[in-house]
Design a protein around this ligand. Structure first.
Ligand SMILES: [Zn+2]
Length: 498
């Protein structure tokens, strides 16, 4: 048995400035089919999980080219029509060449993608794939931030979401999707799905499974899988920055031989009872610094500037937290990856380690993230090529590339500037510039939740900063046009059946 493997997706922030092109989706270009097994076997990624299931079942993997970033997905503004059609043209051309050679398709998608060609990017991707593969079974793994539609179910033979935020079970979702695909092809199982959408948008910053309502829901969903002997069940947090008709949280259940409707409804009711519990306070950069300083013990406190999270589609060049850090000038302060490829290029081309420079950084993409900052007499501490191996649970072992990187120091405050727009998952972007992590007290970074997989337990405390940015906690700040109304928290909703 042969299973064809591929991957394409994006987490779309419809309110982010600009558009996602192929070049910004995957700055390093395609991962070629022939390199996939060497790059992803044994990694904690969707593909790592798919390869594990294939090996376990004695099947053979047939990877075609992938549009992926370190085995996972990027995030950014709405995807151009050209990008979506180019990627699916490329993938389906590859698939056509192999028609007749494979028995099933594993297609890793995100679920939270919007494109100019279709606000439901996954519907478009699945449709394009179906035009080539016809009735050949196809399953997918999905991100917990997927916005699911009935069309996706109609076009798929099995959707398997990750359950955790921060995402630490990507491998498991890829494994489950592929394992059930193979069993389905053999006739050992007959998966049927039910989707229950819930009229609720959850801020990406407060939707997590390490604590609070997200944790309770994840545990309740897992209990239901056991109790009803389901193949799988996922609570999708949805991606509230994606402005499309299918944006909402939802519950998807998968059972053997019957449509598990009442099971999905039971989980959805449990979610609905907790619909107001995702609200959290919003701290300015100044308030976040005060709180962080009050919590420093022997190590460092992490301040995550969630509203400028590149993983949520924001530019990652916002300056609100950095400005506050520079103003206070507290020894042991470092701001992690701020994305400014122009500043990095200038420093690489014109300077060396030890040079003292004055340069403007950040604030280039969207005024909401703050004005550019003029660094005065900053010393260049180190350069890096930006390549690292991830140590974070979301993509442990996968190679990542932040592009050319510089570490600078102005006064007591250090700053890392990178060329490619990634959120911070772990301490590797610091270590790759030679940082000794034990020297810091206050560590700033740009991420909402995924950094928690690594830093929770390592940091003295974690404090979330929510200065103005493209990923706010207060969703009423977004000018939605396409979501279905009524929906919480934009307006009051009487019943889950809206
Ligand atoms: Zn996600």
């Amino acid at each position: 048995m042969k299973i064809l493997l591929t991957q394409f997706g994006n987490e779309t922030n419809s309110f982010a400035v600009g558009k996602t092109s192929f070049e910004t989706l995957v700055p390093k270009g395609w991962v070629k089919g022939e390199d996939v097994i060497a790059q992803f076997k044994g990694t904690a990624t969707y593909l790592g999980g798919a390869l594990k299931a294939i090996e376990e079942e004695g099947a053979e993997a047939l990877p075609v080219d992938l549009a992926t970033r370190g085995g996972n997905f990027g995030a950014g503004p709405i995807m151009t029509e050209e990008c979506a059609s180019y990627v699916m043209d490329h993938i389906t051309e590859d698939v056509k060449k192999h028609m007749g050679e494979f028995d099933g398709v594993f297609f890793a998608v995100h679920g939270g993608g919007c494109s100019e060609i279709d606000l439901d990017l996954e519907r478009y991707s699945f449709q394009r794939m179906r035009e080539v593969i016809g009735e050949i079974p196809m399953t997918s793994s999905l991100d917990a931030h997927g916005n699911l539609s009935q069309d996706m179910l109609r076009l798929s033979n099995g959707l398997y979401g990750i359950k955790t935020v921060p995402h630490i079970d990507c491998e498991e979702a890829g494994y489950k999707a592929t394992k059930n695909l193979i069993r389905q092809i053999r006739g050992e199982v007959n998966p049927k799905m039910y989707l229950k959408r819930i009229p609720l948008l959850i801020p990406a910053t407060t939707g997590r499974t390490v604590s609070g309502p997200g944790k309770e829901i994840m545990e309740f969903t897992a209990e239901c899988v056991k109790k009803y002997n389901l193949i799988d069940a996922t609570f999708f947090f949805g991606f509230s920055a994606a402005d499309c008709p299918c944006s909402s949280c939802s519950v998807l259940t998968v059972a053997d031989g019957y449509v598990p409707k009442k099971e999905a409804e039971e989980i959805a009711d449990f979610v609905w009872q907790r619909r107001y519990d995702f609200a959290e306070p919003s701290l300015s950069a100044e308030e976040a610094m005060d709180e962080a300083l009050s919590k420093v013990k022997d190590g460092y406190v992490v301040i995550n500037e969630a509203s400028d999270n590149p993983g949520g589609g924001a530019p990652g060049d916002g300056t609100h937290l950095l400005r506050e850090m520079l103003r206070r000038n507290i020894p042991g302060t470092i701001m992690g990856p701020l994305c400014d490829s122009a500043a990095v290029k200038y420093l690489f081309d014109n300077h060396k380690v030890g040079d003292v420079v004055s340069i403007e950084v950040g604030g280039r993409v969207d005024p909401i993230g703050g004005e550019p900052i003029k660094l005065q007499d900053a010393e260049i501490i180190n350069f890096s090529n930006g390549k690292l191996i991830s140590a974070a649970p979301i993509n442990f072992g996968a190679p990542m590339d932040y592009g050319k990187t510089v570490r600078l120091r102005q006064g007591n405050v250090e700053l890392i500037i990178v060329s490619d727009r990634f959120q911070t998952y772990d301490d590797r972007p610091f270590i790759m510039t030679g940082c000794d992590m034990s020297q810091y007290k206050i560590l700033g970074l740009k991420s909402m939740n995924h950094f928690r997989g690594y830093f929770a337990g390592r940091a003295d405390a974690i404090v979330t900063a929510d200065p103005p940015g493209q990923c706010p906690i207060n969703l009423k700040l977004y000018p939605y046009k396409n979501v279905e109304h009524p929906i919480l928290p934009l307006e009051e909703v009487d019943s889950i059946e809206q």
